[in-house]
Design a protein around this ligand. Sequence first.
Ligand code: DCP
Ligand code: MG
Length: 372
Amino acid sequence: MRHIIHADLDAFYAAVEQLDNPDLLGRPVLVGGRPENRGVVATASYEARVFGVHSAMPMKTAVYRCPQGIIIPPRFNRYKEKSNEVMSIFRDITALVEPLSMDEAYLDITAVIDAGQKPLAVALDLKQRIFEETGLVVSVGVGTCKTVAKIGSDLDKPNGLVLVQPGDEAAFLAPLAVNKLWGIGPKTAERLNKEGIDTIGELAAQPLDWFAKMFGKRATDVRDKAMGQDQDLVQIHSGSKSISSETTFSSDIGVEEELKDVVERKAVSVAHQLERKGLKGRTVKLKLRLSDFTTFTRQITLPDHTNAEEPIKEAAWALLEAELEPERTFRLVGVGVGNFEEETETPAVSPTISNQTERQLPLFRIDEIPEN
Ligand code: DCP
Ligand code: MG
């Protein structure tokens, strides 16, 4: 049995601003561009969220809803610094850390648990260390698979801790809306709702052949996730060990054909670079930046190592296609290939158990960890 933590910092950019300028503590902070420049909210402190402000909202709307909000321009380098501090604490707890973005990561803590620690103790210790050593507050979900851990970390924000006991996964997920599941986007959710399926429990109760009809190749994957039983590994990305090509557009693009063209050209460029270097990779990664500067990556692991144009094109386009939404425009598109032939997908090293996790347990209760 595996034990996985998903950790996600609370109101990350805004929390860093409050940390660096204590005058902002307890106040509604809006990190993002100026309203007069058609700026967008990157994130808002929880004090601002009670007014209905959220990420990706036009700053104009945010200021209308929360006139007392303090607008702060983003300082990405500073956020990256704090992110590095946080990730190195994660890596001190276990070697198996998979960052998903600057402020969130999966941690495989199976070895720590097998060595005798309790999942709750590891989670509390992680929260305490992050707070003491970086000044930031993190919400965590703990479970036996990625799906449960990820959903858990979001359920009790801010300063959350959700622990799902082995065996309780399906019951934990059952009442939640289907769109909480990784891979169920708005379109799929709508399709499911039309079939009368609103909750993950209703989804999980469908027979296998129904899944096959509905999801094709993804059927067992979706079903496993709905039952809280996915076997997805926590994967260490070997950051530098990949080859990529990206373009920032002079004006954002949202037209499907244009995007497809760009992705395919990037894929061909990467395939050629791989070939020149005599490398074959199995992981195809797509990097996207939206018009509001949100940047994220998506990746797929191919059945075989390759440096051929077609499979890389196909994979990169499938990843991008899943991100298309009406009105969504892109500022940057990048394609990368990693996980090269000589590498193994899961690290050969067994995760080390750090001394830090064996320190004394925190003496406060979960809900008493001070917020920033
Ligand atoms: N971000 C952004 N634009 C978005 C979403 C996020 O620029 N549309 C940036 C700002 C966030 C950071 O990424 O601080 C992390 O994203 P999260 O979705 O984790 O949001 P927060 O950490 O701000 O809030 P929380 O996780 O507490 O909901
Ligand atoms: Mg966050």
